[in-house]
Design a protein around this ligand. Structure first.
Ligand SMILES: C[S@@+](CC[C@H](N)C(=O)[O-])C[C@H]1O[C@@H](n2cnc3c(N)ncnc32)[C@H](O)[C@@H]1O
Length: 199
């Protein structure tokens, strides 16, 4: 379902936008997707699992969608919690443009789409939800998680969806060894939903 180079800064593949309907148990929206961005043409199975099963969000606060792609996770958080501020972060500029467009079209004014460097250092997160970029490789993924997890509030939690085939169980063990206690919230269609708590 994903284009091979979806995590570059500026995709080389020609743009070819495609709108999809996303229907969840509690809401529905249209999402513009594109080539060169993860999951063109359909909501990723792992992302749907996270959106179906992640624990209920606090009423307000700062939420992070780490690696937002076209923005299905950020937009769901924003629509479910209009009083919260949702940070949608991605290295891929085409993904950021799509996430911005999708939030605007849905009428969400509480989504801040930005590159990782543009998130102010002063912001701490109550919740992180992510379908993380496993394909960037283990060292880069570990570095990414150790960069963002410390930005959780003391009471905050992160929820990650990771394919079992792509190493969810070893990632959970590694996070726990690093001092981030990680347990499994659920398992569906080859994906694990992981909850990462504060040390
Ligand atoms: C598996 S995709 C998930 C996309 C979207 N959240 C979804 O569920 O459809 C992971 C995303 O992480 C982004 N990414 C890769 N490296 C990143 C980094 N260092 N910081 C932030 N995002 C990154 C990729 O560009 C990609 O859009």
């Amino acid at each position: 379902m994903s284009d091979s180079q979806y995590f570059g800064e500026s995709p080389e593949v020609a743009s070819s936008p495609l709108d999809i309907d996303v229907a969840l148990h509690d809401l529905r929206f249209v999402l513009r997707t594109d080539r060169g961005v993860f999951a063109r043409g359909g909501l990723d199975t792992g992302t749907r699992f996270l959106l179906d099963q992640a624990p209920s969000l606090p009423a307000t606060g700062n939420f992070l969608d780490l690696g937002c792609g076209s923005g299905p996770i950020a937009l769901t958080m924003a629509l479910r919690r209009p009083a919260a501020r949702v940070w949608a972060v991605d290295v891929n500029s085409r993904a950021r443009d799509l996430a911005r467009f999708n939030a605007d079209r849905a009428g969400s004014t509480n989504v801040e789409v930005c590159s990782p460097e543009a998130v102010p250092d002063t912001v701490a997160f109550d919740v992180i939800w992510s379908n993380p970029p496993i394909r960037i490789g283990k060292p880069a993924l570990h570095e990414l998680l150790l960069r963002w997890l410390p930005r959780l509030h003391p009471h905050g939690i992160a929820v990650l969806v990771v394919s079992k085939h792509l190493g969810s169980d070893s990632l959970a063990r590694w996070l726990t060894e690093q001092g981030w206690p990680t347990d499994r919230l659920g398992s569906r269609a080859g994906y694990r939903l992981l909850r990462v708590a504060q040390p």
